[in-house]
Design a protein around this ligand. Sequence first.
Ligand SMILES: [Cu+2]
Length: 167
Amino acid sequence: MKRFLLMIFLAGSLLAAAACSSQPAEPVSLRIEMSEYAFNPAEIELKVGQQVTLELVNNGALVHELMIGREVMMMENRPSGYQADFFTSAGVEPEVVYASAQGEQHSHDLQHAAGHTGFMVALEPGEQATVTFTVSKGMVGEWELGCFEQEGVHHTAGMKGKLVVAP
Ligand SMILES: [Cu+2]
């Protein structure tokens, strides 16, 4: 009898789960170009449940980086990153794969330069990387994309963008 009730309970849970995921989010691939001193596009929108691949390309002449977060952190009056990191806050670890301009692939550890905490991908001119993750509920809201290279000068020069995550 207990087993029977458990079966009914499980069947009910499955139906509920199926009803909730009747409109699964489509996987998306977004290309973000970096240059002096901008992200293009400067605004992206994602949805909870989506599997996302960000294709980062540095088309500039300088090293650029991508950080994603909220509340810019100041160090010695210079912007140096975010108080709240997009991935850390949500407990999500993205997969980062770097590819050089020659198409040769290699993996770096996430780089944590002085004053930088949280997620950061820095690219040499001509370098590319992909960042893959699944959008979770903890990511809902508005976030900033930013580059803090050259002791924050890029951010001050306007190298930032907006990331909006819809429920
Ligand atoms: Cu930059």
